[in-house]
Structure formats: structure tokens, C-alpha cells
Design a protein. Sequence first.
Length: 561
Amino acid sequence: LLKNSKVLFASLEGSASVDLVRAKAILANDMGGGVIPEICEEGSVSLRNVRHPLLALRGIEVVPNSVSLNSSYPGLVITGPNAGGKTIVLKTLGLSALMARLAMPIPCGPASQVGIFTNIIANIGDSQTALGDLSTFSGHLSIWANALQRAGEKSLFLMDEMGTGTDPTQGAAIAQAMLEAFADEGARIVVTTHYGQIKEFAASDERFRVAGMNIVNGNPTYKIMDGFASESHAIAIAERMDINKSVVERAKSLVDSNTRDLLSLMDQLQHARDRAETRERDLAVQQSDLETLKAEVKKKTIELEQTRRIVRSEAAAEYAKELKVKENKLNSLVKDLQKKDRKNSNSPAGNLQGEDIASLKIIQKQVMDTKAEVREESRIQLEKEGYSPIKDNEVLKKGEMLAIIDGGTFDKRLCTVERVKGNKVDVTVTRGRIPFRLTVGRADLGRPSERVLRIKAPLTRQTGSISRSFGQAGKKKSKTPQLKGIRVADNTVDVRGMSLTEAQEEVLSFLKVASSRGLSLIYIAHGHGTGEAKGVVKNGLRAWLTNGVDQVSAFHAAALE
């Protein structure tokens, strides 16, 4: 054992430390939750929703309070009636300061702060002693004198009912003088009082703040209200304690008129405060109900919009079915008419042909109306998604970037116009690394909005660790840094004079060669084109690379040479 004594003692200390941490955690749990507050350098206290630790341990439901002291306001005077909770606040503050000094959890809210006080002196309760031959007031004075000698910025003094036990006027005067002396030394002081003089002093001295224990309809709430001096309610308490009515009335008559007026004014202020708090609570409830209602309305709006989309989609499908039936019927009638036209024009079927023509016109109108409805529903939905359908008379240029909106495999993909043939348009669209040449109708093309282009044109996608981006003059560029390197023959693929499809195939082939050579940068010489072909290859390559090409992590326009 002697040989391993150092190891054993170290293990013992380690075990004790672990046991201490565990004990603190159990204490916090037994108090119904607790936190170790932030320790601040100066002698400040900012306890939020703090509860009396011993009452919390006993499982008693405690009203939480918030208390603060700092260098700007080192003193706090708490007022209010007996049994209103003043002393509990005082004891809670003292116990919390001691527990913080021992790094113990305190039953308070997060973001609480407590300074480390070297001196914590409390004068709570009756201080008279038989052995010391001291009266109540003398006992108080002895404690105050000792406290004043030790006063400083790291001192916290808690005084209950300061100035009692002697003549009220002189007791209040001595209490005020002591408070001033404590404040002059930079100490932190919290006192409770019933004396009007102390209340007035605290309200007039900028180093002190007044707080009162809240009373609602004559009943204590045990809640401290900062900036409010609470009346002691001695006569009101006597009335509630069933003291003889004549005695109570006599007590009221003995109070001087100024005091009665002051008490009446304070009572009116208390009632006004109660009403204001009630209104504030009601407003808070109404605000909460309003926020809940807003959330419900928003949810219902989203659900309604989703329902509308579903209904539109179902209606469009129904229209399409109806349109198909009518078109089939129309085609059938046209075939019948064509057969009849081939027969003898003097056939008795001539009258029937007239009836069929009338039916044909009716069905044609129905088909046109249905097509118009389908087109309008489709237009509304597409514009919400950021695509404007191409109009019948709209001019399309080669190299122009559009989007396919046919609902098929390439739906909502960007494409480049290659050739326009009436209502048919040849476009190039890329999927993966493969370019496709398609012929689509004008009705299946749309012009993407700026929002869509911001998402898809200067596209930045993540594929593993590879990102693709493109910067274009006049548009917001990607944060991907532009690659720099010297252009030489070995890292340049020349596609000038080629069509877009040929250029894409050439670039793909060159990428394989560049990859095998270990090249990290290549140049594409595409030229600018002339006449109708001007910009076709450049814009087409941009759209192609935007949609994503394997082996390409980033691309951008090179400087003009």
C-alpha cells in the first residue's frame, strides 16, 4: 500500500471528484431542474426565474422571480406587506450566491449570472442575544458595524426589515445612513423595509432601485415587480384577520391625512397596475390565438392551393379525354365525308352530307373550346412554375435558350433552338452527357423566367466533390473560382465551323483524351458564327454544359483574345 500510496490517493481524489459531480447532478434533478450560472468578474447578479433552493428540494411549488444587481445599481430595496414573499427573495439571493461560489447548480433559468462574493452577510430575523446582553436593535447595529468594516465590491449584504426594533423615525434615519455607507464602499446591498423614508430614499438615490411584492385583489402573488414600491397593507391585513371593526376604523382615523392620501394613491396605482397586467395577459392570449389562427390559415391556404392543383390536373386530364373523344369523332366524320365526296354527287346522300357538315361544325367548335380551356389551365399552371408558353406569332431565333414543357422525359429542361419550321422547332437538349436533337411543337416550348434561369442557367450542382458552374456577363456569377492557365494546342479543342451536335461530340471525345493525359484545364475554340448561325454553337454549348457533363467540374467564358 505504501508503495502505491500516491496512485491510491490520486484515485481517491478522482473518485471524490466524480462523486461530487454526480451529487450535483442529483441535486439539480431533485430541485426540479437547475443550472450552474455563468460566473462574472465583477460583483454582479442576474438571476432569471430563480426559486428558493430548499423549498424546491422539498417539492413545494415556488413562484420564480428575477433579481439583478450590478455596478450601476448596487442596491435593491424590496417593499411589500408581511407574508408577501420579501424575505424569501432575500434568502433565495443569498443561497444562490453561496451555491454559485461552490459551483453548485441553482434552480434558475438559463443565461443567469452570479459574481463571486468573498463576503456574504445576512441579517435576517431577530438579532437579540441573552448572553451578549443585546436588544433586537443593538443586535442589528452590531451586525451592521461588522459588515461595514468588511464592505467592498466583492461583498453582498442582505438585511431584512432594516431599521426596526427602535423608534421608527430614528431607525429609518440610521438605516438610510448605513445604506449610503455600504453603497459608498461599492458593496451590493439588498434590504426589505416597510418604512416610507427608506422607500423614498431608494427612489431618489440613483444607486438604488425599488421593487415591490405584487398584490392582486388583496392577495399576494409572491412575484417581485421591479420599479414599483408596494404598500405594507397593515390595516387591510388587520381587516382580513377579523380584527374588531371598531379597532380597524380607529386605526384608520389615527393615520394622518397625508399618509391616508398617499396610501389611497398607492392603492389606486396598484389597482391600475393590476388592470394593466390583466389587459396585458389578455392581449398575450389574443396574440397567441391570432398566431395560431394565422398558422391555421396558412396551412389551409397551402392545402387549398394543393387541392386546386390536383383539381386542375384532374380537370386537364378530363379535358384531354373529352378532347380525344371529340377529335376521334371529328376524324370519323371527316372520313365519312371524304368517302361520300368520292361517290356520285347526285347521290341521295347529299342531304345527309349537309347534316354531317353541320354536325362537323358543332364538333369543331367544341374541340376548339375544349382546347382553349386546356391551354388556359396549362398556361396558368406553367406561369406559376416560371414558364411562359411560346405564342403562335412569337419569333424564335437560332441559339435561343428555351425550355421544354411537354410533361415528358425532358420536361422543364433547358434547350437551344436549332431550326424553326413553322410550328415545329428543332432543339438540342442534354441529359447527362448525351446531347439529343428533338423536334417539338411551339406549344411544347416555354420561355423560362429570370427565377428559373437563376436556378438552372448559372447552375451550381454538387456531384460528390464536383461542382458545375457558369458565369455570364450581366448575370450573377458563381463563387467557384475561375481556372487560370495558358492556352496551347494540346489543351484546346477547336469546334469552329461545326454544328452544335458535331461540336458536342468533339468536346466529349477531347475530354476523354484530356483525362487520359491528366489535363485539368481545356479550352474550347467555338468562334462566334455568322448570319443566322451566329452564337448558335456558343449558346448551345453553354446550355449543354449547364445541364451537366461528366468530367467537367466548372466552366466559364474565357477572356477575348
